[in-house]
Write a protein that binds this ligand. Structure first.
Ligand code: ADP
Ligand code: AMP
Length: 210
């Protein structure tokens, strides 16, 4: 199963990807996670990416395409994968089409006000990558990761000033992919305003029908 999860920042791509990983055993490949690790490790890629990420802009296509070409050749991708946060431009989608075929693109659609509320309330585990929400999906103990006990953080780019810029970037550069994949008859749309479990039920139905 080769899947793309499409949706604005905060739509729930990472949350749904983790549920697909748990049930179907294919890896989640998040360009945001890869880039954040590169920033934390201080690699040349991280140094280049950081300025765009902090500004709520996209990292240049050639950089992201290069890293995904390498990532998709790794062994764990041979039986499928879930792309979370890639592609984000038509250029990236075209480059992906030259690397591999895709079975389905699941677009999670959430209204703007909910997106802002979801992103500003998101708390992330810097150690194991688990994601929570202060109201909608809180950890058992305030500020502490259920899975590994680390102190949760708010991502720098999840503060409200940057969130608006990221949503604007999504509208201008990424939302055209909805039409792009509809034109290739790959698009499946999921109403993303319900509970995490209700949305997963819709996602699961799509996956079992592939
Ligand atoms: P994305 O990967 O698309 O940026 P996330 O999966 O990280 O989005 O979700 C963004 C925030 O919204 C997180 O704090 C997550 O816990 C929360 N969230 C995800 N899905 C839902 C949902 N269906 N209802 C309410 N909150 C949600
Ligand atoms: P995310 O974790 O998906 O919200 O991504 C965080 C940030 O990483 C984005 O705001 C971009 O700056 C950068 N990023 C992630 N994926 C991509 C991509 N496919 N193309 C360009 N930039 C990306």
């Amino acid at each position: 199963m080769k899947l793309i999860l499409l949706g604005a920042p905060g739509a729930g791509k990472g949350t749904q990807a983790k549920k697909i990983v748990a049930e179907f055993g294919i890896p989640q490949i998040s360009t945001g996670d890869i880039l954040r690790k590169a920033v934390a490790d201080g690699t040349p890629l991280g140094t280049e990416a950081k300025k765009y990420m902090e500004a709520g802009k996209l990292v240049p296509d050639e950089v992201v395409i290069g890293l995904m070409k390498d990532r998709l050749q790794e062994d764990d991708c041979k039986d499928g994968f879930i792309l979370d946060g890639f592609p984000r431009t038509v250029e990236q989608a075209e480059a992906l089409g030259e690397i591999t075929d895709i079975d389905a693109v699941i677009s999670i659609e959430v209204d703007m006000d909910s997106l802002v509320e979801r992103i500003t309330g998101r708390r992330s585990c810097p150690k194991c990558g688990a994601v929570y929400h202060i109201s909608f999906n809180p950890p058992k103990e305030d500020g502490i990761c259920d899975a590994c006990g680390s102190t949760l953080i708010q991502r720098e780019d999840d503060r409200e000033e940057t969130v608006r810029k990221r949503l604007d970037t999504y509208t201008r550069q990424t939302s055209p992919l909805i039409e792009y994949y509809a034109g290739k008859s790959l698009l499946k749309t999921v109403e993303g305003n319900g509970s995490i479990d209700d949305i997963y039920a819709s996602v699961r139905k799509i996956l079992l029908g592939l």
